[in-house]
Ligand binder design. Structure first.
Ligand SMILES: Nc1ncnc2c1ncn2[C@@H]1O[C@H](COP(=O)(O)OP(=O)(O)OP(=O)(O)O)[C@@H](O)[C@H]1O
Length: 268
């Protein structure tokens, strides 16, 4: 449903994205990895219609995005974005009002707003801090509020820009669980990150970007086995893939799976 076709974008004289063809419908969770400055955030702003490509197109159901005011309002109800810095998306001092902001702007009925806010709060596990003023929340909690604010749109696609940036290990683990819960609800999630371990663990498909181009795509275990390609893109292999390719450990998606496999092998 959400895709791009030969999309190229430049800021004034600086070309940033080159001839990008993505299909984000094949997997529940798709990852885009690349080093700082390779164009991930610029791509997201093209995908949600904030920026418009000079060549090629963003496609919805195979048709080029309609950039009229109405077209963009419709598009943003199908594709919502959560940016890296939650402060950019926080407008109120209380959690519930902040999460409801976009729906109130759209004039959605108050009982429907309450229903959607409750669902979003459950999904991001925000029950324990929903009554605290937002300014007292931790960075990780603010990120979860920003995600809830996107989830209430009940869009088909959620774009997450660097969802684990600035999170401690337990916040990171909670984010992984939240992404899994969102995907289990039948939504598509697209994650842009240079946290390659995250992308390896949660994504069904992955694109590697370098210098605004796609240099590899496919199943994460296969793509991330190409150590030389990743080095050229300024990335390192996920540690679980490295253990497999360099030391012959079983290829596992998560640390838990690896420990279980090693325990079984030890007992055998
Ligand atoms: N508003 C802008 N005007 C001009 N150049 C910009 C603008 N925003 C980004 N750029 C440039 O576009 C390139 C891609 O930036 P972008 O933020 O999309 O990369 P990124 O992969 O998201 O980086 P990071 O991982 O650091 O967030 C960089 O060279 C950046 O300097």
């Amino acid at each position: 449903m959400l895709a791009t076709h030969n999309l190229s974008f430049r800021y004034q004289d600086e070309p940033v994205l080159h001839d990008l063809t993505f299909d984000f419908s094949a997997f529940a969770v798709t990852g885009i990895v690349g080093e700082n400055g390779c164009g991930k955030s610029t791509l997201f702003m093209n995908l949600n219609g904030v920026l418009r490509p000079q060549q090629g197109a963003v496609l919805w159901q195979g048709k080029p995005l309609n950039y009229s005011k109405i077209g963009l309002i419709e598009h943003r109800q199908r594709v919502t974005t959560v940016f890296q810095d939650p402060e950019q998306q926080i407008f109120y001092t209380d959690v519930d009002s902040d999460i409801a902001f976009s729906l109130r702007n759209l004039g959605v009925d108050e009982s429907e707003i309450s229903r959607r806010v409750e669902c979003a709060i459950q999904l991001v596990d925000a029950q324990s801090f929903r009554h605290k003023p937002i300014q007292y929340l931790s960075h990780g909690q603010k990120k979860r509020v920003a995600i809830a604010g996107a989830l209430v749109m009940e869009a088909d696609y959620l774009l997450l820009d660097e969802p684990t940036a600035g999170l401690d290990p337990s916040g990171r683990q909670q984010m992984i669980e939240i992404i899994a819960r969102i995907a289990a609800q039948g939504k598509h999630v697209v994650i842009s990150s240079h946290d390659i371990d995250l992308i390896y663990e949660v994504c069904g498909g992955v694109y590697v970007m370098n210098g605004g181009k796609i240099i590899a795509q496919g199943e994460p275990g296969v793509v991330f086995s190409q150590a030389e390609m990743l080095r050229e893109a300024g990335l390192v292999q996920p540690w679980l893939v490295k253990l497999h390719s360099e030391l012959g450990f079983p290829l596992c998606k998560t640390e838990t799976q690896l420990f279980n496999a090693l325990r079984v092998a030890k007992e055998a």
